[in-house]
Design a protein around this ligand. Structure first.
Ligand SMILES: *Cc1c(COP(=O)(O)O)cnc(C)c1O
Length: 412
């Protein structure tokens, strides 16, 4: 690797307006963590937030904390904070449940708004849970509703007068390719269908404006770029015009007056109708700490640093592509991608294992992809250069041939 790249990285870090955020996270010395797109690092504030929730609000406040510590309103309050990150309005986002469950809610709500249409559509190669949730809805409907996954290039042409909704992931989990949200939404809506977006790899990574894009529903993940912790609650977005949709998971927390304990369900007027059961307060407390930290950063600066780290990574990887057979999977145009960079390599799995022994965490996605997550709040350009240096060593020694690296773990 040329020294000029390392010098360039150092000078970029010296002038980095986001540099001070790194010390707001726990990142062990020596570790280069390139997997924040899968599980974000622990913010330093989070243990104290959790401690307060446990020691004060739960231990001392007990049941009164539902009101006194604003537990009951946490999903809507945190939803309003997420709204600021995705270009939504207050009252249009709720933090709750997992992304998978929110996908079910968004899909069924969309179907309720298009009762005369019976198909829900996605692209093949989408994140599996998106397709799986669609398939479950189709099975449960006795196949009255059909779930289709079609070739990405054929997607828009497949929409017809029977398509109720199209579910797409904005930034692809494997390739990091980003769709044009406004243009695609317009094309979907022009055919009378609703546009549902999965923002799991977008929120906190790229600037978003759901209001301008006129999105119908969206969902996203709390534990990736929002640093909400393992299994953090996810969120659901619905603009006001869609708040009358049917909330099929009509649990009591989505009721207009849950504490009236009436026999029959009557949905809340606003975004709260997309709540189901009692909110997970400990998970929400950790999520809120992550989001509060993210809100301190300017999203334009976050995305600019992501682009500059990506450029550095791609430049540093060029010789390895030539010498060791890596090929770039992610689009080169920063406007058309999210915040991770993916390479294909026949030994992708073994290389990720070998990198771990060098204290570099990346991840493997079957069958042959290595993802390098670029999280601007706690990574430096020099980390990128150093990671590629360690990767080069792995390649030079063919460390991937070692038998201990070929065994597949249950979780990658
Ligand atoms: C990570 C991710 C999910 C995760 O769903 P969970 O219900 O939290 O397991 C869903 N969709 C996409 C596109 C993802 O990247």
């Amino acid at each position: 690797m040329t020294n000029s790249l390392a010098d360039h990285a150092r000078s970029l870090d010296e002038n980095d307006r986001l540099a001070h955020f790194r010390e707001r996270f726990h990142v062990r010395d020596g570790l280069i963590y390139l997997d924040g797109n899968s599980l974000g690092c622990l913010p330093r504030e989070t243990p104290a937030m959790l401690d307060n929730t446990v020691e004060k609000e739960w231990k001392d406040g007990l049941i009164h904390s539902w009101l006194d510590a604003q537990w009951a309103t946490a999903p809507a309050r945190i939803g309003d904070k997420i709204a600021q990150l995705i270009g939504a309005k207050a009252g249009e986002v709720i933090a709750t449940d997992s992304t998978s469950i929110n996908l079910f809610k968004a899909l069924t709500a969309a179907l309720s708004l298009r009762p005369d249409r019976g198909t829900i559509l996605t692209e093949s190669g989408n994140f599996p849970t998106d397709s799986y949730m669609m398939q479950g809805i189709a099975r449960f409907s006795g196949n009255r509703i059909r779930a289709l996954a079609v070739d990405p290039d054929a997607l828009l042409d497949t929409i017809n007068e029977n398509t109720a909704a199209v579910l797409l992931t904005h930034v692809h989990y494997k390739t990091a390719a980003a769709r044009d949200m406004a243009e695609t939404t317009r094309a979907i809506q022009a055919k009378g269908a609703l546009a549902i977006w999965d923002l799991s790899h977008s929120t906190g990574a790229v600037p978003l404006d759901l209001t301008a894009a006129n999105v119908d529903f969206a969902v996203g993940c709390g534990y990736k770029y929002l640093n909400g912790g393992p299994g953090a609650p996810a969120y659901l977005y619905a603009p006001k015009r869609n708040h009358h949709a049917d909330a099929v998971l009509s649990g009591w927390f989505g009721h207009a007056r849950p504490f009236d304990f009436t026999e029959d369900y009557q949905p809340a007027e606003g975004i709260e109708r997309f709540l189901c059961g009692t909110p997970p307060i400990l998970g929400l407390a950790a999520l809120e700490a992550g989001i509060d930290l993210m809100l301190e950063a300017d999203m334009a600066a976050v995305s600019a640093k992501s682009a500059s780290m990506a450029q550095m990574l791609v430049a540093a990887m060029e010789p390895l592509c030539k010498d060791y057979g890596f090929s770039l999977v992610t689009p080169t145009d920063p406007a058309r991608r999210g915040s991770h960079i993916a390479y294909a390599h026949p030994q992708a799995h073994e290389i990720v294992q070998a990198l771990r022994a060098e204290d570099v965490v990346a991840d493997f996605r079957a069958p042959n992809v290595i993802r390098f997550g670029l999280t601007p709040l706690y990574l430096r350009h020099t980390d990128i250069v150093e990671a590629v240096k360690r990767l080069e060593q792995v390649c030079q020694t063919r460390a991937w041939d070692r038998p201990e690296y070929t065994a597949r773990a249950a979780i990658t």
